[in-house]
Design a protein around this ligand. Structure first.
Ligand code: ATP
Ligand code: LTN
Length: 334
């Protein structure tokens, strides 16, 4: 009998427009993982409301993100792609786990400190307990591995602590998840400040390439990318701007650093920036076309949403029932 696949869970927030960094660093690398793992990719819309959202915009962005998952190549027959808000187990388990998480642990979370400084007018309890909802996401599916960026490692550590604490009291209820360290995805930097990562919440639109940017915009942004005062296309720690552009070019074309350096030997930054812009635009064009096609096929997307929510609910409820029983909630009468 075939060995059962390990479980992988990840999620993205539907806030802001996804960038080339999100694509090259995460989404693009997720596509082949379903060969080795049973994969769950959630649009974490419940996390989004920790910051005030416009309802129509949230609904539209959540759907756009779900479509983008599929357009990037995640086959919804082979990957469970769904909205967090369609599986009530997330919120139910989060409540339970809240009672097994200490204030002190949450006070230490750097994302909470950053976000509460940024949204000083709305430091709500949800923002504080955000990591507990994330722990619930992961533990609900008994995930073995979780692909996350370094900024989320602290939340994953907390998830492990909560799971171990719970298991210590009630026996082996939760699988203890690990960070997924696969083939390391590209780490893309801001075009305006190449020592900072490219981020969808950057206030300067020239700092990020958005996945839906058109070719002219992409080329213009690369033209304006901050580099150095030399003119040699060479990969080096003291040339963060050019090194970032080389990384993007490599990721888009599959070439090696040596090949790129050779290709632009004797040419200036102008030629190189144009080539990177064209390569990035060519990489994104098929993705954009696929998004446009899928967006028109309402019946197909609605079908995916319905079927995958059912699948996710089925799996989630198994863990939830087990947890409820362990902690002493009364049995359901059928
Ligand atoms: P925000 O600006 O709202 O914090 P973000 O753009 O940093 O968002 P996240 O939602 O935190 O993105 O991350 C989604 C996924 O994309 C994560 O797996 C993260 O590691 C990856 N990712 C984000 N930015 C980059 C980047 N510049 N390079 C590589 N991977 C990235
Ligand atoms: N907090 C994450 C998004 C997220 C997530 C998750 C990632 C929510 N739940 C579960 C992995 C697993 C972020 O902001 N990138």
């Amino acid at each position: 009998m075939a060995e059962e696949k390990k479980i992988l869970f990840s999620g993205m927030q539907a806030t802001g427009n996804l960038t080339l960094g999100n694509y090259l660093g995460a989404l693009k690398n997720w596509v082949s993982l379903n060969e080795d793992y049973e994969c769950y990719y959630c649009v974490v819309d419940e996390h989004s409301i920790t910051v005030r959202q416009d309802p129509a915009e949230l609904r539209q962005r959540a759907r756009a993100l779900l479509i983008l998952y599929i357009a990037a190549g995640l086959d919804p027959e082979k990957n469970c792609i769904y909205y967090q808000s369609h599986v009530s187990g997330h919120a139910e388990l989060a409540w339970i786990l809240n009672c097994y998480t200490y204030m002190g642990e949450l006070q230490r979370m750097t994302q909470f400190k950053d976000k509460s400084a940024k949204h000083a007018e709305n430091i709500n309890a949800g923002l504080f307990t955000y990591p507990v909802l994330m722990a619930a996401d992961i533990l609900l599916f008994q995930a073995d591995v979780v692909p996350v960026g370094v900024d989320q490692m602290q939340h994953l550590e907390l998830t492990r602590d909560i799971a171990q604490r719970f298991n210590g009291i009630y026996g082996d209820v939760f699988k203890i998840p690990e960070a997924y360290i696969g083939k390391v995805g590209a780490n893309i930097k801001s075009l305006q400040n190449p020592t900072k990562k490219m981020s969808k919440s950057d206030e300067n639109p020239n700092a990020s390439i958005y996945l839906m940017d058109d070719t002219d915009t992409i080329i213009r942004k690369f033209k304006r990318a901050v580099t150095d005062s030399e003119s040699e296309v060479r990969y080096s720690p003291d040339k963060p701007g050019i090194s970032n552009l080389i990384d993007i070019y490599r990721a888009a074309t599959g070439k090696t650093v040596e090949e790129v350096e050779k290709e632009f030997d004797g040419k200036g930054y102008g030629d190189f920036k144009l080539a990177v812009g064209e390569a990035a635009a060519n990489l994104l064009k098929p993705l954009q076309q696929r998004v446009a096609e899928l967006s028109k096929d309402k019946a197909y997307i609605d079908g995916v949403i319905k079927n995958n929510a059912e699948r996710a609910n089925y799996t989630a409820s198994k863990t939830l029932r087990k947890v409820q029983k362990k902690i002493g909630f009364p049995e359901r009468i059928r």
